[in-house]
Design a protein around this ligand. Structure first.
Ligand code: GLY
Length: 381
């Protein structure tokens, strides 16, 4: 596989910005559903865990084009996110970072918007309410303390940058302390010795001791869900940026190398890394997430390793550029095809949805990876 060229990066960003502009009429006063239906995203209310990704795309389109129409839309979306957190609309879960980093921390960083800052701080406070002292983790889903919900999931590493940001903004160390405690727990239990990952991990509510790994969206408890592995890779890179803990680099390399060892020829993983060939659907979003993780970690690695992971990121992006991205708005209102949200297996517990479709985080991280390769990325994670 060749690496994506700078000319192709610009071409992909031009096309993506054009597609995003075409979608503003549908998704300025509404949110984009988590996944497409026959490659077309329906609208939704601002009540899903995924609603922050479309605003992230709009904001990146603004940074790339400097066209005020995108920034105007970003501010309208910030209003919606402030309303959501002030009114606690579907926020009793851990996904505050996924929601508020791309939608509000982004806009605050660029414009100083007080509404965006207020929304993101309130979201950080909300995330703190998910912390469980017994076991030292942020509980992902469900009623706090219930045995059947007493677990964290690998995805949560991506929610922690919001907490580090909140400490930097407020000077209150509580956010950072909780983020570090959760990271330590995740490092202890989410990663297996070969670098593969458990999607979810249960703790004992009475003792705080580890109980068992299980899957929700992966194929089986002992397989590696492709996107969970991707959240792990990128989450570790971000955790390293904030903590400088060498354990994050060590685990990053193991998780990254496991992921690379399970890719089919075109470098876009099947939805679970247990599959390396055949007719199972892909999850293109995992490739974009991993590319972002590799590019995030590259500056912290020695020259040879840095070049190694950067080259892999560029090869994955080349495959997405050639064979997965949307080139024609008539085909889809998304940016990248062949993502998988949740596929049912005999051994998992998810509700099947968004199989072989565009997924809103797939579009967002594709755009983020392009911005990184274009040299215009300023992090809001
Ligand atoms: N965080 C849930 C997912 O990646 O589907």
């Amino acid at each position: 596989m060749l690496e994506i060229t700078q000319k192709e990066v610009i071409d992909a960003l031009d096309t993506a910005s054009h597609l995003i502009r075409s979608n503003l009429k549908d998704f300025t006063y509404h949110c984009q559903n988590h996944s497409s239906v026959n490659n077309v995203y329906p609208r939704c209310e601002n009540n899903q865990w995924t609603c922050g990704f479309w605003p992230g795309e709009v904001f990146l389109a603004y940074v790339y084009t400097q066209d005020e129409v995108f920034l105007k839309t970003s501010h309208i979306l910030v209003d919606s996110f402030l309303h959501r957190i002030e009114n606690k609309v579907e926020v009793d879960h851990h996904d505050m970072g996924f929601l508020y980093s791309p939608s509000c921390v982004s806009v605050y960083g660029a414009t100083g918007s007080l509404k965006a800052k207020t929304a993101a701080i309130l979201a950080s406070d909300q995330l703190l309410t998910r912390f469980q002292e017994k076991g030292n983790f942020l509980q992902a889903w469900g009623k706090m303390g219930e045995v059947e919900n007493y677990r964290f999931i690998i995805d949560c590493l991506m929610n922690l940058p919001l907490l580090y940001w909140a400490t930097e903004e407020t000077g209150d160390e509580t956010y950072r302390t909780i983020a570090r405690k959760h990271t330590a727990t995740c490092l202890s239990y989410s990663f297996r010795s070969d670098g593969s990952t458990f999607h979810t991990f249960f703790m004992d509510p009475n003792t705080g001791n580890p109980v068992r790994g299980e899957t929700c969206q992966g194929y089986a408890a002992d397989s590696s869900w492709a996107r969970g592995q991707a959240w792990g890779v990128y989450g570790l890179a971000l955790s390293y940026r904030y903590t400088k803990d060498p354990a994050c680099i060590m685990q990053f390399e193991k998780a990254a190398n496991y992921y690379l060892s399970r890719l089919p020829e075109d470098l876009i993983p099947y939805w679970d890394l247990i599959f390396v060939e055949g007719e199972e659907p892909r999850d293109s979003s995992s490739a974009s997430i991993v590319a972002c993780g590799f590019l995030e970690m590259a500056p912290f690695l020695d020259g040879e390793k840095s070049a190694y992971y950067t080259a892999w990121a560029k090869k994955m992006m080349k495959s997405l550029y050639d064979s997965y991205r949307v080139k024609d708005h008539a085909l889809s209102n998304g940016l990248v095809l062949h993502g998988t949200y949740s596929k049912k297996s005999p051994f998992n517990t998810c509700t099947p949805e968004g199989v072989d479709e565009c997924v809103s985080w797939g579009d967002y991280f594709f755009m983020e990876a392009l911005m990184r390769l274009n040299g215009t990325w300023k992090s809001f994670w």
